[in-house]
Structures are given as structure tokens and as C-alpha cells.
Design a protein around this ligand. Structure first.
Ligand code: FRU
Length: 491
């Protein structure tokens, strides 16, 4: 790797596989993550994109169409199996989205405590060019019966209860049994939004059935919600160790190298009391005598110790997936970033791509990178993961000027690129396609599905296909199945 002046060498990672049950956690180090800024052009005009175009999602026009209906949508996932295949059900495409009611007395930025898993459907097999401009999705309502997800917190004090991201699995080819894994949240907040007590987050499972006729799609079941996991404080930070902890976004998968087992990756934080758990030399990852290395003391006193993201791993201990056991985290980003969200395991031959999403504003002091998708490549579920693209970890960022202030999606900085918050919550699909939702373009808020893009993964690198769609932007909300499932009993 060429060494940019002023930047350290990245940590050496081999990608070598370890046993999934082994106590080994790969590090996304500061030496790695500083390669993001090393790829940024310091001389672009203020507010332009300073990052390489191969790692940047093209700008979404401010005139973007919206999915319509009465809800905002953000994190979205299709109906899949544990190998990442996406299914049409009896002639319908189906997607699951975090949703919040519009015109219900709160704004887009307060949606999180009101989140419900909703669903949309559309006819399978219509070419994108003949669909309505926003994809032609029909809003079907909430997936779970009212109050069902609240049963996990029966008898406990809370002021709001919400359903956060996860995944929905078709459990039976030729049938209609589904299992949803999601994050069940309970908040206990005062009128100004402060915590009376820290939120609770429980990775939860619920089973149901999908149905369709010639007119619509609907669900039954999802009445019993089984709590699976809460942080243990050993591998995964608890609400008592840090009231701002992250513990969410279960994604279950099968590994051809471990037949008969079901694994789950999820967003966590490294255990330890907030602000009292220092980083060590392995979190920094500098090579000996690197002139651009930092000292452990300097990093720990910079404020970077507040950022302790990890990507967790668990394994099912019962065949009906109703009991799970924590394994050590797969990757940590201690003193690097605080959030590695919606992790996804994407296996291609002998390569394991561990993909995630993160924010510019959750990077630790001294580290910078755009909002977008990040990723790692190894040769097993648990590996000495190589961060994608020159060991930086960046896979696909929003157009961002890393030379100017970040601002916020609700308060864009006038000198920042107007598309720096254009989309988030990227999800990698078959065909190298990536869907996400629109957050903010210029000052227009989204809450709708973004254009699908195509990102090729090659070795420990990635590149957006700018020949896909219009200048790299495909159809809005183009989330299409690669498999067809028919349940003849339900027809
Ligand atoms: C990502 C995310 C997820 C979480 C949800 C909450 O956009 O932060 O980690 O499940 O949004 O709204």
C-alpha cells in the first residue's frame, strides 16, 4: 500500500479464519480507520465530495419521489432465507421496514421511539422501467398485532416501546412459516427526552405466517414474542455500563462450513463502564516505529474511549431458534467508532464479507469518515478480518467533504456537501445490489427508499458500478427477489 504523507501504515490483517467458538476478536484499529482520511482529497472546493468516486454513492437528486402512504420508512429488509436469498411469495415482492406514522404529533427525528415494523408489497416480475417511479410499493400496515411486542416488557416501567431492526426469514420452502428476529426496545424518559432509566434492548424472536391472494398480502401469528438476548456485560456492554449502549439489529445466517447451525450477527458495544474502560495498543494497531503512530495515553485522554463499537456473534442452542448463546464479538472498533449497525454476513465462496453501516458523527476523536456502508473480509465467520479498501473499512459513503464540519441530518452545515446525509442503512442483496433509505438531501427530509445501487466486492476491495441505472443510481426502492416461493395451500 502506498503511504500517504502524514498518515500511518494500516495494521497487518491476514483474513485468516479462526474457530467461531474461539476467543478471538478482530480489531478495526485506529491505524486502519485513519486510512479513510488518507483517501480524502484535502484540496476539493468546499462542499464537494472529497472521497474517491469508486467508494461514493452518487448524489440523489433533491426531487426524489416518495414511497407514499402515511408512514415514514427507514431501515428496510426483504423476505429472505438464512443464505441471503430473497423470495417472492405467491407472486408478490415483500419488504419489511421500520415505520412511524406521519402527522401524529412528532417529527421525523423523533421517529425512533415510535418505530413499528411495517410491510409493503408489490407484484413480482414487473420490469423496473414499468413500475411507478418510487417502486410501486403498497403499504400493508404493521406486521405484528397491536401490543404484541410490548409483552416482552410486561410489568416493567416504560414510557415508550418500539420495534427496531432485524430480519425476517422464510422457514419453509413451499410453505408460509416466517420467523422475525428484531430488537424490542423500551424507553423510560422524562418530558424533555432524558433517561429516567436507561433504555432496554432485547433481541427477540416471533413466528408468524404470510398469506397472499390476488389483491393483497397479509400476516397471521406473530403473537408470541420470545426474548432471546440482552447484553451480558462480559462481551457486550449493558445499559447499566452505558446508558447510550447499542445492542440491536439481529441478522441470522447459515455457514456452509458449519452445517446444521444457525448464527446471528448483531450490533453491540464492547463491555465495560463508559468512560472508564481504556483502549490498549491492539486497539490502536500501529506498526513498530511508525512516525505517525499515536500513544495509548494520548488516545485515551482524547475522548476516544467513549467509542466502543463491536459486531457481536451468537449461536442458536435449540433447533427452533428459541434459545441462543453469546460468542465473543467478531470485530471491535474500540476508540474508533461507536456504532457498527445492521451487520450482515455475506458469504461468497471462501470469502466472508461482514458488512455494516456507520455514521461520521460516531467516529472517535481523531478519526473521520463519511456516513455509509463499511465492511470487512475474512476466510471464515471469525477471522482476522481485513477492513475493505486499503484496510480503511469504507465500502460506500455518501458524497462528503471530510475537510469541512459534519453538521447533522436535521441541521446541515452550509459548507458541507448537501448529500452528506442523503442515505443510510444500506443492505447488501443478491446481484451485488444495495438498498438504503433517504434521510436528508439538501434540507429536504426523506423517510423513503433510496435508489438501489450496485457495489462489486472483489477480494478485500469494493467498487460502485457507475454504469448501473442512471449514472450509478438504479430504481428507487428496487428490492427484487432472486427466488420464487409458492405455497399451493395458500393459493
Ligand atoms: C439504523 C438504526 C438501527 C436501529 C434503528 C433505530 O438506522 O440505528 O441500528 O435498529 O435505526 O431506528
Amino acid at each position: 500500500l502506498p503511504l500517504e504523507p502524514g498518515y500511518p501504515q494500516p495494521t497487518i490483517h491476514t483474513g485468516a479464519a479462526h474457530d467461531p467458538y474461539e476467543s478471538y476478536t478482530a480489531k478495526w484499529t485506529r491505524a486502519d480507520a485513519r486510512q479513510i482520511k488518507a483517501m480524502s482529497d484535502p484540496n476539493v472546493p468546499t462542499g464537494a465530495n472529497s472521497m474517491p468516486s469508486a467508494l461514493t454513492m452518487p448524489a440523489i437528486p433533491v426531487s426524489f419521489p416518495t414511497i407514499g402512504g402515511t408512514v415514514w420508512v427507514w431501515d428496510t429488509w426483504p423476505l429472505t432465507d438464512a443464505d441471503g436469498n430473497q423470495y417472492s411469495y405467491n407472486g408478490w415482492d415483500v419488504i419489511f421496514c421500520l415505520t412511524a406514522q406521519q402527522n401524529a404529533g412528532y417529527g421525523f427525528d423523533d421517529r425512533h421511539v415510535h418505530a413499528r415494523i411495517g410491510f409493503f408489497y408489490r407484484r413480482t416480475g414487473i420490469p423496473e422501467s414499468r413500475r411507478p417511479v418510487a417502486g410501486g410499493w403498497i403499504y400493508g400496515g404493521n406486521v405484528f398485532p397491536d401490543g404484541a411486542s410490548a409483552q416482552v416488557y410486561t410489568g416493567q416501567p416504560y414510557t415508550q416501546q418500539a420495534e427496531w431492526s432485524g430480519s425476517t426469514r422464510l422457514m419453509q420452502l413451499g410453505g408460509n412459516q416466517l420467523t422475525t428476529f428484531y430488537t424490542d426496545l423500551a424507553f423510560n424518559r422524562d418530558a424533555s427526552g432524558g433517561n429516567i432509566s436507561a433504555p432496554q434492548a432485547t433481541i427477540t424472536k416471533t413466528d408468524g405466517q404470510i398469506h397472499a391472494d390476488f389483491h393483497h398480502v397479509w400476516f397471521t401469528g406473530f403473537t408470541t414474542h420470545t426474548a432471546l438476548l440482552q447484553p451480558d456485560g462480559v462481551y457486550y456492554q449493558t445499559r447499566l455500563q452505558n446508558e447510550f449502549f447499542s445492542f440491536r439489529d439481529p441478522f441470522t445466517f447459515h455457514d456452509p462450513a458449519h452445517p446444521g447451525q444457525t448464527f446471528m450477527v448483531f450490533e453491540g458495544n464492547s463491555a465495560g463502564v463508559r468512560g472508564e474502560t481504556p483502549c490498549d495498543a491492539s486497539d490502536l494497531g500501529y506498526r513498530a516505529n511508525d512516525p505517525y503512530a499515536e500513544t495509548v495515553d494520548a488516545v485515551n485522554t482524547s475522548g476516544a474511549i467513549y467509542q466502543r463499537a463491536n459486531i457481536g456473534l451468537a449461536v442458536a442452542t435449540k433447533p427452533d431458534l428459541s434459545a441462543w448463546k453469546f460468542l465473543p464479538p467478531l470485530v471491535s472498533g474500540n476508540c474508533v467508532n461507536d456504532q457498527t449497525e445492521r451487520p450482515e454476513m455475506h458469504i461468497v465462496g471462501n470469502r466472508y464479507y461482514l458488512l455494516t453501516i456507520s455514521h461520521r458523527t460516531t467516529f472517535a476523536a481523531g478519526i473521520d469518515g463519511p456516513d455509509g456502508a463499511y465492511g470487512f473480509m475474512g476466510y471464515g465467520i471469525r477471522s482476522d478480518y481485513v477492513p475493505l479498501n486499503r484496510n480503511s473499512g469504507l465500502m460506500l459513503g455518501n458524497p462528503t467533504d471530510l475537510n469541512t464540519a459534519a453538521g447533522a441530518d436535521y441541521a446541515p452545515d452550509p459548507s458541507q456537501n448537501p448529500n452528506a446525509f442523503q442515505s443510510y442503512s444500506h443492505y447488501y442483496m443478491p446481484g451485488s445490489l444495495v438498498e438504503s433509505f433517504i434521510d436528508t438531501v439538501q434540507t429536504r427530509r426523506g423517510g423513503t427508499l433510496a435508489p438501489t445501487v450496485q457495489v462489486f466486492l472483489r477480494g478485500a476491495g469494493s467498487s460502485i458500478n457507475l454504469g448501473y441505472g442512471a449514472g450509478g443510481l438504479g430504481g428507487y426502492g428496487d428490492i427484487s427477489p432472486n427466488r420464487i416461493n409458492i405455497d399451493f395451500w395458500d393459493l
